[in-house]
Write a protein that binds this ligand. Structure first.
Ligand code: PMT
Length: 365
């Protein structure tokens, strides 16, 4: 709801009648935490702006982003519909008609306006279309899903291996690559389960989001959700080792006889466990390497029994971890393909297309 909309109907009333939370502020600490404006834009299947005033149309045509709705519009990659509503003279004004043309050229679909008696008492075009007409127009253009959605499970982010209640061993994974893969899979029509370590980015609107901390928890969550998955992609940076002992109290630096060496024990290998299942999904791993990327990636492809592996060069200057961009060299038993340096969203779409192609190839033989 825009601030102007709130003058007509209170957000509380709108929330009670719709049964859904109402978003009004661009920078609301609560809303930003749970579903920021970028996440809202990614979450939506489509954006319907109804009613759209002359002012709203002018802002959209100019790309002004000074409130939640205008920001949402610029961030949205989904189809956008506009149902204009305004005085007939305002609708006919050349400025509004110019903005209308710009918006149509930008791909915005227009519903109405209807013609007739207006709230101000005048007659003419500018009435908001009936809600049923708006719904019908939007639903009519929804693509019909003909095949059951592909089930894809993705792991993302780092794991944390606790030493004591306040300290842990972890790594630099931000979750960006795995979350971009989840978004690309949603856009491709898949039913996505995302098993994520602790990250500070909003999650895409996956079917199932399972948040975990440790490698053992990630392993258990993956195994509990593996049934009927067509594809599993292990993008998480999983700790290979965890402290052999967890101290239930904070370890004190003054402790007598403190053994400064850290004993570690192996964590389960999640992606190898998935690949070892009897009825295994198409299993894709990642390889994060600072050197000899190709050799190590091929050795992991074989030793973990994977269908495919996406290798990235990582390091303090190389990208990969916690960067906006990445490049991947993808290997499968019969071939390889380079995906050049680009933003993680684009890279995720390219990698997912390759994974789905190889998945179908394997299942057709
Ligand atoms: O999250 P970002 O900041 O966007 O960074 C992205 C990334 C660099 C983390 C990502 O592109 C990546 O490379 N992820 C895999 C990191 C990793 O742990 O690689 P690895 O070479 O150590 O592991 C090989 C494969 O085994 C991976 O698929 C990993 O998920 C899996 N693994 C590893 C250990 C373990 N105990 N269980 C596993 O499943």
């Amino acid at each position: 709801m825009t601030h102007a909309a709130c003058q007509f109907v209170t957000p509380l009333c709108f929330q009670a009648l719709s049964g859904h939370p109402v978003h009004t502020e661009l920078l609301d600490s609560n809303q930003e935490q749970s579903m920021g404006h970028i996440h809202l834009a990614r979450w939506a299947d489509c954006l319907v702006i109804a009613p759209a005033t002359a002012n709203r149309m002018a802002k959209m045509a100019q790309g002004i982003a000074d409130d939640l709705l205008s920001t949402l519009y610029l961030a949205a990659e989904c189809p956008v519909w506009l149902a204009p509503a305004m005085n007939q003279a305002m609708w006919r004004h050349p400025a509004t008609q110019r903005n209308l043309k710009t918006l149509q050229e930008d791909g915005v679909k227009i519903i109405g306006p209807a013609s007739g008696e207006q709230a101000c008492g005048e007659l003419g075009p500018g009435r908001l279309s009936e809600p049923s007409e708006i719904c019908a127009a939007v639903l009519a253009s929804k693509p019909v899903q003909t095949e059951p959605a592909l089930k894809i499970l993705i792991t993302a982010g780092p794991t944390r291996e606790a030493l004591d209640p306040v300290r842990f061993i972890s790594n630099r994974s931000s979750g960006k690559m795995g979350y971009a893969l989840a978004s690309a899979a949603i856009a491709a029509g898949a039913e996505v389960t995302l098993v994520s370590g602790p990250v500070n980015i909003p999650a895409p609107a996956v079917k199932r989001l399972i948040q975990v901390e440790s490698a053992q928890q990630m392993h258990d969550a993956v195994m509990a959700n593996i049934a009927n998955q067509a594809i599993v992609i292990g993008c998480a940076a999983v700790a290979d080792y965890r402290p052999a002992q967890f101290s239930s109290q904070k370890i004190k630096k003054t402790e007598q006889n403190f053994d400064s060496s850290l004993q570690l024990t192996r964590n389960p290998d999640i992606i190898a466990s998935v690949a070892a299942l009897d009825h295994r999904p198409f299993t894709v791993g990642f390889a994060a390497e600072t050197q000899d990327v190709e050799d190590y990636a091929l050795s992991k492809l074989r030793s973990k029994g994977l269908d495919m592996i996406a290798a990235n060069q990582v390091g303090l200057t190389a990208g990969g971890f916690d960067s906006e961009q990445n490049a991947l060299k993808v290997f499968w038993p019969e071939g390889e393909h380079d995906l050049g340096m680009t933003d993680k969203q684009t890279l995720a779409k390219q990698l997912l297309a390759l994974i789905i192609e190889k998945y179908h190839e394997k299942n057709s033989t």
